[in-house]
Design a binder for this molecule. Structure first.
Ligand SMILES: [Zn+2]
Length: 207
């Protein structure tokens, strides 16, 4: 189970400070009144940002591992929320998914892979924005479920991070990469992901 770790740090600063060492979990979320043997359970590494570690706890009574994810990092996707946001905002403005993939993944070996990488981020973010707009009538009433529109309403270019703070209580039930739930976006839902604007969706979107 992932939990939000409030650090106020960017990914780079989190790694530099080795802030996972300062992570604390005072109470077991499954046993808020105590009585279980909750204990530190080491760390696990994330590839990006390079050197990232995530602090873990384990509750043997409920057989649950808890990971304290710093609020700057995307959930169930590599890298930072800000990076994901920039990709999606860029893709929304691009003439096609291919153009976005080409511009954003200069390192990609093939265009199809770059398109999958961008398309996956666009689908995941648009999916969670739809849910978020329903939860925040003020200031998001009738907002289009797109990164650009949400940025304008929130008046920030780090809107996903701002939403993480505003929706801290709901993160356990919100889909990734903003919240901590698996997104459950299947093949059917993929087809709804604004393909008229973004171009055809390649099969298999694991990135
Ligand atoms: Zn417990």
């Amino acid at each position: 189970m992932q939990l939000r770790y409030e650090t106020g740090l960017t990914g780079e600063a989190y790694v530099r400070a080795e802030a996972w060492r300062d992570a604390r979990l005072e109470r077991c979320p499954n046993h808020p009144h105590g009585g279980c043997s909750l204990a530190r359970h080491g760390t696990y590494a994330r590839k990006s940002p390079r050197g990232t570690k995530i602090a873990r706890w384990y509750c043997p009574e409920s057989h649950t591992t808890f990971s304290l994810l710093p609020e700057c990092l995307a959930a169930r996707l590599p890298g930072e929320l800000d990076e994901v946001e920039q990709v999606v905002a860029h893709a929304e403005q691009a003439p096609s998914l291919a153009a976005a993939g080409d511009a954003l993944r200069r390192d990609a070996v093939e265009l199809a892979g770059a398109m999958r990488w961008v398309g996956r981020r666009v689908r995941l973010v648009h999916h969670v924005l739809k849910v978020v707009i329903g939860l925040l009538p003020e200031p998001l009433a009738r907002c289009v479920a797109e990164m650009g529109a949400v940025r304008t309403r929130l008046q920030t270019e780090t809107a996903l991070r701002a939403l993480r703070t505003r929706l801290a209580e709901q993160l356990p039930v919100l889909p990734a990469p903003l919240g901590f739930q698996p997104h459950r976006l299947g093949t059917t839902n993929r087809l709804r992901a604004r393909q008229h604007k973004m171009g055809p969706d390649p099969p298999s979107a694991l990135a």
